[in-house]
Design a protein around this ligand. Sequence first.
Ligand SMILES: N[C@@H](CCC(=O)N[C@@H](CS)C(=O)NCC(=O)O)C(=O)O
Length: 254
Amino acid sequence: MAVIVPTDKSVETFEGIHLYHGDISNCSMRVRMTLIEKGLPWTGHHLDLKLKENISDAYFGINPNGLVPTLIDNGVVHIESNDIIDYLDETYPEPSLRAAGDEDGMLEWLRLAASIHVPAVKPYVYATKMQKKLKKTAAEQEKYDELQKNEELKKFHAKHAGGSAFGEQDIARAHEILEACFAKLENALEGRKWIMGDRFTLADISWVPVHFVLVGCGYPFENYPNVSRWAAAFRDRESYRDGILKWCPDFSKV
Ligand SMILES: N[C@@H](CCC(=O)N[C@@H](CS)C(=O)NCC(=O)O)C(=O)O
């Protein structure tokens, strides 16, 4: 559980569930899907990542990494999307999004999704699509350098700062990691509708947004028939329509 104490104390007075999120952010999609699956009412605070609305004193006062999503539940601030969805399902148990009988196996999928975000998903998305659109102006860069204390994120963003850019090598490295993950997913989905079996769980929610943005970046899914069948099934869900498509109808056009 990733609970933090914000420097902006005003959010600690919030009542109910509040979500700071981005329309095109796959990590935000995960949380929106979970809130919708569970039928939980929430107040949204949308941040436009392309306008760098996350790079501000105000937002770093809430989330010290300047990342979306941030969930505030009755004044308690939660970061890290995979921890947030687990927290929501534990705190608001009905309807359950847990796997019957194999909780550890389900949580392992959440951990895997979290672990490949900076080494693979982010570089793949930036290198193939987003780095020009998310390029910081000199003033935005200066503000970011002043606010960002997280070394992993500083290192990641330095790779596309100023005259630098992600390139073919970054795509190849990310591709290798993603390939191993999708081979594992392909295998897990053999003879199953959802990742953990008959029931749609947090494991699916953790991976649906990754699949969605990678499709938009042209990731080749042709060799993964089970993954493609799974994708056809999740596209029928209300949480996919309202948690993803309503905010971002087509990632390839972002
Ligand atoms: N580990 C975090 C990652 C969050 C993250 O990287 N969010 C992205 C959008 S998906 C973001 O805020 N990017 C802006 C930036 O990197 O400055 C989580 O799962 O919540």
